[in-house]
Design a protein around this ligand. Structure first.
Ligand SMILES: NC(=O)C1=CN([C@@H]2O[C@H](COP(=O)(O)OP(=O)(O)OC[C@H]3O[C@@H](n4cnc5c(N)ncnc54)[C@H](O)[C@@H]3O)[C@@H](O)[C@H]2O)C=CC1
Ligand SMILES: O=C(O)[C@@H]1CCC=N1
Length: 283
């Protein structure tokens, strides 16, 4: 049964069942999403496939005990999501190319692997869309960059958008910007977790128990993010409201700013960008 709010998606095959595929499939499990034709998932290990097979509407197969699991999964699927490591994409495409039906849309989440590389590896009747999601997709709070390839129609891109909108927001960008986007939102959750880890260590060093430190830091991050989302104020304004003139926060902010946080983020994201370019060249 479906009503006006139900999101209808055609048969989808996920090649690779790791963190990223798991996060997206979790979103598809929503009661308002109906994947007609079902969700097929493949992994290398049978144990992983067995875990995915327990999910509603999912059939899962492992290459370690079914050599044809990948070509079988894509046969008849309208949308094929490549969720393997970047260096594995060429081999997977070579394996499935002959089984892709005309009109199939192949959407890759792999960092760095270009549209040109993928288009060259599949039949001309198959469209390619490059994407860059992030792991908060697992809780419906992802943000995904999407770039259509040269053969992708507006409907093809809309289909990929619809998939990723089940797990958060979608931003369409030209492919030339996708690696940059990856350094911000693709990798970004890791930067936030690192800050939380370090801040928690500081709280422990100030004499709080591990449990207290996690509560203090965790709620501070969550509370600040929710305050930002709820008020729609600029972060600089919300920071000003914490920073009493002549008070304590002002002293801490002075120390943080003296460490050139902005230069640090520039250098960190430049390093991620350089690695994306290496991945594109197969390194
Ligand atoms: N983890 C993240 O935050 C993000 C990852 N990505 C991209 O997602 C892709 C996957 O990353 P993760 O999920 O983190 O990796 P992962 O290592 O957790 O998952 C990879 C999966 O691919 C499977 N696999 C490997 N070779 C296979 C084959 N030939 N056939 C079928 N399955 C095969 C593995 O068994 C594993 O389940 C990467 O290309 C990465 O660049 C993109 C955005 C964010
Ligand atoms: O670290 C990586 O290569 C992937 C892409 C963005 C997040 N994880």
């Amino acid at each position: 049964m479906s009503d006006a709010r139900t999101i209808q998606l055609p048969a989808i095959a996920f090649i690779g069942a790791g963190s990223m595929a798991g996060a997206i499939i979790n979103g598809l499990a929503s009661p308002v999403v109906d994947v007609e034709g079902g969700i097929r998932v493949t992994s290398r290990s049978a144990a992983t496939a067995a875990r995915f097979a327990e999910l509603r509407g999912v059939s899962a197969h492992a290459t370690e005990n079914e050599a044809d699991a990948n070509p079988e999964a894509v046969r008849g699927a309208k949308l094929v999501v490549l969720a393997v490591k970047p260096y594995q994409v060429p081999d997977v495409l070579a394996e499935i190319a002959g089984a892709l039906e005309p009109g199939t849309v192949v959407a890759s989440v792999a960092a760095g692997v270009t549209v040109a590389t993928m288009e060259a590896a599949v039949p001309a009747s198959v469209a390619v869309v490059r994407t860059m999601p992030n792991t908060p997709a697992q809780v419906g709070r992802g943000v995904t960059g999407v770039s259509g390839g040269t053969r992708a129609t507006a409907d093809d891109v809309a289909l990929v958008r619809a998939l990723f909108e089940t797990v958060g927001a979608v931003v369409e960008v030209p492919e030339s910007q996708l690696d940059e986007l990856s350094t911000i939102s693709g990798s970004g959750p890791a930067y936030v977790f690192l800050l939380i880890e370090e801040f928690t260590k500081t709280a422990v060093a100030k004499g709080f128990s591990r449990e207290q430190a996690e509560l203090l830091v965790g709620h501070t991050f969550l509370g600040a993010a929710e305050l930002l989302a709820a008020t729609h104020e600029e972060p600089a304004e919300l920071r000003r409201r914490v920073t009493s003139p002549g008070g304590t926060t002002e002293k801490a902010i002075e120390v943080l700013q003296a460490a050139d946080l902005s230069g640090l983020f520039d250098r960190a994201t430049d390093a991620a960008l350089a690695r994306a370019r290496e991945l594109a060249s197969g390194a």
